[in-house]
Design a binder for this molecule. Structure first.
Ligand code: SAH
Length: 396
């Protein structure tokens, strides 16, 4: 018999709105002895069946909903159906934006809590973040084989959040061949080499695609500084947009080497590009003192806030780099700035930019807003899926 969770009275409300999380304090009793990630039936306090989900005994989020349909069992067919839904949307986007790489499954936002899958050409890269996701590995792989018979499958679950779920980090081939060092994808006419095994996350930051394309219209003939460039990203689009000069900065030498390779791969004029191994915080101060000035500064840092406790420190970090960026912009320059910290909402980020403007003694006007790319959709029942924000700022 399937184990069961009974909720505290009233705690079923968020589930009726199709939100997929059940917190430990919302649970009145657990029947049976569900193990790590085991499927459980979820009942309201009055005994009404509400949903079926995965049990996470070690996490504050004690269960995550797989389905709100009583007849739906959590088996290969279930995963096939979810994957097919997700594939349908992605095929529309792939056609629209010329993509051979995209996020296929954005976890909760695609009805598969704890599961992220990115598709790079014929390689599917899975990240399983929750106990439920981990327990369903075999069903998921079987379903992927049915929906994408041509694809190889690799796991990159080397992420520390798995600890909260009582899981160890894990990587390796799940089906087919080991990914080569370089899998080339294309987006918006730009080619990008992705290192699935050695790169950050699953290999590439697909979520910034729309912002990268939007950057093209700000760079024609301009001197561009691309901070936190990773494997080229915005810098490649700046070259596509006919920038006069692009300085790409990162602390990762392998990322910088790939960035240069990517510029060559696209046949861009690499004499216009520099690939600098430096700490952005230090470099911007040096530029400010030396009087180096730019027309466009791109500021796409890693996530500064992993938890609520880190949010204040993160705010200081964002304010500092954005202030520095404004100070090295020529009058009338453009700052393209982003935050991928989900804990920081758009209003707070806008306020930080406002504070940075005061400290930089510059007047700033917001002229465009950005969000995560469309293959990272936000489900209406799960607003937490919105995490990436950005602004184009006109800096006087
Ligand atoms: N803009 C990129 C993604 C950036 S990810 C794109 O479009 O693909 C963040 C990058 O910041 C990583 O490559 C990481 O190596 C780099 N990084 C982290 N701290 C840094 C620092 N202090 N100075 C420079 N780069 C840093």
């Amino acid at each position: 018999m399937t184990a069961a969770i009974y909720l505290v009275k009233g705690r079923e409300k968020s589930l009726r709105r199709r939100h997929p999380w059940i917190f430990s304090r919302g649970i009145q009793k657990v029947e049976g002895k569900p193990g790590l990630g085991e499927t459980v039936d979820i009942y309201a306090a009055n005994g009404e069946w509400i949903a079926r989900g995965a049990y996470s005994p070690n996490s504050q989020i004690r269960a995550r909903v797989w389905t709100f349909k009583k007849k739906e069992q959590i088996d290969v067919d279930f995963f096939v159906s979810r994957l097919q839904d997700a594939k349908t949307l992605r095929e529309i986007l792939a056609q629209r934006d010329g993509l051979t790489g995209y996020r296929l499954i954005a976890a909760e936002s695609d009805g598969l809590p704890g599961i992220t899958i990115d598709k790079y050409d014929n390689y599917l890269v899975c990240q399983l973040l929750s106990a439920g996701a981990d327990a369903q590995r075999d069903n998921l792989v079987a379903a992927l084989n049915i929906v994408f018979p041509e694809c190889h499958i690799y796991e990159r679950s080397d992420v520390s959040v798995r600890k909260k779920e009582g899981l160890k980090e894990r990587t390796g081939v799940l089906h087919g061949d080991t990914p080569p060092k370089s899998v080339v994808i294309e987006e918006n006419g730009v080619k990008i080499s992705v290192d699935i095994i050695g790169g950050h996350k699953t290999g590439f930051y697909l979520d910034q695609r729309d912002s990268r394309e939007a950057a093209v219209k700000y760079v024609d003939g301009k001197r561009v500084l691309n901070c936190f460039c990773y494997t080229g990203g915005f810098g490649l689009y700046a070259l596509k947009g006919n920038a006069a000069e692009v300085i790409n900065v990162d602390v990762s030498q392998p990322a910088l080497d790939t960035a240069r390779h990517n510029a060559e791969l696209n046949g861009f004029d690499t004499s216009k590009a520099e690939f600098l191994n430096a700490d952005v915080f230090k470099l911007l101060r040096e530029y400010r003192e030396r009087g180096e000035r730019f027309d466009v500064v791109i500021m796409d840092p890693p996530k500064f806030a992993e938890s609520k406790a880190q949010l204040n420190g993160a705010c200081r970090g964002y304010k500092d780099i954005n202030m520095l960026a404004m100070q090295i912009l020529k009058p009338g320059g453009t700052l393209l700035t982003y935050s991928c910290s989900g804990l920081m909402d758009g209003n707070l980020f806008q306020k930080i930019i406002a504070d940075a403007a005061l400290d930089a003694h510059r007047q700033v006007q917001f002229i465009e807003r950005f969000e995560q790319a469309a293959d990272h959709p936000i489900d209406s029942a799960y607003p937490e899926g919105f995490y990436l924000k950005g602004f184009a700022c006109y800096v006087k």
